[in-house]
Design a protein around this ligand. Structure first.
Ligand code: DAT
Ligand code: MG
Length: 153
């Protein structure tokens, strides 16, 4: 099936650097389907919930400060194996290790400001948890892309 949903976010650095459109374009051109989007400012409470898994890490405060430092574009993308596919397109967490051709490898230099968030495909259910945190079900749109027969066999 091609209806796996994953949560993606253009982080504050991407928005400030005018890379929101580039990120959307890459995912869109790959064949993934945008089913929800929200341009928003993340507050402290949402930031702490979103990054709850990292609350005991030394970089947690810095991480929350960064993600609340400016607007983000929060999105839900749908497609076959979408969570893993997006992680592949993002590249490694540290842009210094991210391969050229990946979003972090092409646009980032700094571990703290690494352009894009995507749900962890190795963390079962992370995609659904993160989608629920940012979106109500009625904010997600159910439709088909006309090119689907040319993307999937
Ligand atoms: P990812 O965003 O690739 O899922 P993660 O979940 O391990 O990576 O960490 C969340 C974010 O926290 C990451 O995008 C950047 C920041 N981060 C991770 N490790 C860090 C570290 N050692 N020092 C500073 N920031 C870090
Ligand atoms: Mg993660």
């Amino acid at each position: 099936h091609h209806d796996e949903r994953t949560f993606v976010m253009a982080k504050p650095d991407a928005v400030q650097r005018g890379l929101t459109g580039e990120i959307i374009t890459r995912l869109e051109e790959r064949g993934l389907k945008l089913v929800g989007a929200k341009f928003m400012q993340i507050d402290q409470e949402l930031a702490e919930a979103h990054y709850g898994e990292h609350e005991d890490k030394p970089f947690f405060d810095e991480l929350v400060e960064f993600i609340t430092s400016g607007p983000v574009m929060a999105m839900v993308w749908e497609g076959g194996d979408a969570t893993r596919q997006v992680r592949q397109m993002m590249g490694a967490t540290d842009p210094a290790d991210a391969a050229p051709g990946t979003i972090r490898g092409d646009y980032g230099l700094d571990l703290g400001q690494n352009i894009i968030h995507g749900s962890d495909h190795e963390d079962e259910g992370a995609n659904e948890r993160e989608i629920e945190l940012f979106f109500d079900e009625d904010e997600l749109v159910d439709y088909s892309r006309s090119d689907e027969p040319w993307v999937y066999e």
